[in-house]
Design a protein around this ligand. Sequence first.
Ligand SMILES: *[C@@H]1O[C@H](CO)[C@@H](O)[C@H](O)[C@H]1NC(C)=O
Ligand SMILES: *[C@@H]1O[C@H](CO)[C@@H](O)[C@H](O)[C@H]1NC(C)=O
Ligand SMILES: *[C@@H]1O[C@H](CO)[C@@H](O)[C@H](O)[C@H]1NC(C)=O
Length: 696
Amino acid sequence: MPSAARAVLLVAAPVVAASPLPGQAHVPPRTLQPARWHRLRLGTVRPEGWLLSQVQLQAAALTSHLPLFWPNVANTSWLGGPADNDGGLHESTPYWLNGATPLAFQLGDPALLALVRQYIDGVLVRQTSEGWLGPDSDHGDFWSRYPFLLALAQYHEALPHGAERQRALDAAVRFLGTMARRLQGGVKLRSWSASRSHDLIWAIHYFVDALAVPAAGGGEDRNSLLALAELIHEQGFDWGAWFNSSAFPRAAVEDTTDFTHGVNNAQAIKHGAVWARQGGDAAGGTAKSWLAWEVLMRYHGQPNGIFSADEHLAGQMPSRGTELCVVVEAMWSLALVAQVAPTNSQATRALDALENVAFNALPGSLSDDLWSHPYLQFANSVQAVHDEVDHVWTHDGPDSAMYGLAPNYECCTANFHQGYPKLISHLFFMMPTEKALVSAVWAPSTVSLPDFAGGLELDLRTRYPFGMIAEYLIKNAEDFKLRVRLPSFLREVAGPGVGLDTVRVWLEDHEQIVELYDGFLEYTIPPWPEAKPRVALRIEWAAAPKVRQGPREQGASVFVGPLLLGLDLGEQACKVQQYSFAAADWDTTATAPWRYGLRLDAAGQGFGPLAWREPGPRPHRHRADACPLAVNATLLRVLEQVWPMVHGAPGPLPTPGTAAAGPPETRLLLPYACSTIRIAAFPLLNGQPQNVIQLV
Ligand SMILES: *[C@@H]1O[C@H](CO)[C@@H](O)[C@H](O)[C@H]1NC(C)=O
Ligand SMILES: *[C@@H]1O[C@H](CO)[C@@H](O)[C@H](O)[C@H]1NC(C)=O
Ligand SMILES: *[C@@H]1O[C@H](CO)[C@@H](O)[C@H](O)[C@H]1NC(C)=O
């Protein structure tokens, strides 16, 4: 709950007019530390390869179609319409814009850009003389402005200098002035406005940085905005205390509060990292954010890389679910933690976590055509159907597992759009004082930075996570440092004193000794004046299936590189309801048996060769014959009475060492992200060694 006792500090402080009166002691202006890693301006990093296919699909599907047929965006109250008022919140259109805006600029898609401009312009022309933005039905409803301001910040960032850009900044500053006056007038942050306060503080910091650019004026506005951020920080939830408290839940919660709410927790991971810039303590802020992620994963972590929260924190049972909004919000939080972290090794941990979510839980909660999603995803599930009255999750409705347009509640339909665009925005960072570019997460992409290294063009050619080569094609007038994070599965083999034969690196065709500095490869890229870029850096590696044991309730899971694999259930989809365009609700069920486990002695586990396929126009096809990776495994079957269904889902895993029901069988594993339903957390069983078929 909001910590009311801490709220008094700044309520009476002059938030809007911050200059000292004549004769008063001079108050030093508030300051904002830069993050260690600088964000690259929106639009300078662009998707390529499978990632381009994925976001083109997204843009062509719901991102561009919601304004055409979905009332919460098509007839939003933000543009004077009757819709988008659910729960009195007005959040759908801001959520959508928070993803559609970066996507439009990253794709340079004229139609989507026009749509985004039309919406943002429509909101700005309706700004009241007081400065308020959006519907004003409740003077305490600040929350839905937060995602709007996040969209506006990205819009401002991507626009060229000029009147349209200035207008976005002015609108934000005017709104924040109004918000400050309302808070001074006695309105208190509450509910979502208080629990998600650090999203707003991030936006305020963005606009403070923007004000700093043209030196003319802005000083007073900056100080007032930082005073407002301080007030919001004080009135917001005390997430530091929550994550560091003995009251933090260590199992699925029954008594729910706003503190146990999954999306709130996902957004709150950023609290320490965001406040670090203003509080001036990057180490302390990173520690707070890392503690948040660490306890969420220790007690609620799932093999798909995200914590369970089927509305509220839901423990480690692999049949308990995670809401799609949790996934996209946690991704952005983790990117911010990496950006602020004071050391490379701390940044690396946050990026490992981001990568696991981005390559597993995110696509694992989207249909392969990007027209539908489930409200909840599960590491283990054998059906995803509508109206499941007897369900394993405890705080969401009966449609939560179904893939559809807006199953259970509409927030994820509007909010999922930010997932991939914000990943793209954080694939690279800059460290200007060291003249270094940081390649944080591998994915096919290009970077274009006219003001860096005398003009830099970089093309990261890779199929990662579906391939085993990364090439940096670079054109640069001056030398610069390139810092490349090695993913965690490669750092395990490339650690100090360990044989490095599974990672090989060539710098301009000369093979290098692979040395890691705090998780990063680091090379000085010499200047390259010629018009055609060259392969400046080439990295190759090997990947084999790896069995990782999870906590007791989760048995073990199989990974290839960062990709979690799941048992192919021969899933079959049946349309339940058709909406406009290709939007529909689907019931998905299994046609193949699912009760299988891995061998207790993981070393005896047999896998066939990895069958890679080039990701097609639908990179995460939910079909064994069309997805980018498939691998056979020898699995052990268990009896139905040993692993029964409970409330429509696989029950608790059989205890380790349970006897298999027969000889090993060959079954196909696919990337988790290429399935709608799957078994990804396997029980560990005892099989007869003489029956093991070694496929390799
Ligand atoms: C939007 O509202 C208008 C007028 O109320 C209505 O005719 C139209 O069908 C609505 N469109 C959508 C997509 O809900
Ligand atoms: C958690 O609380 C302990 C005890 O008060 C404190 O020493 C520690 O610094 C806190 N951790 C974080 C990350 O804030
Ligand atoms: C898996 O094994 C079956 C034979 O049991 C074979 O037909 C199939 O091609 C194999 N698939 C892969 C991806 O290795």
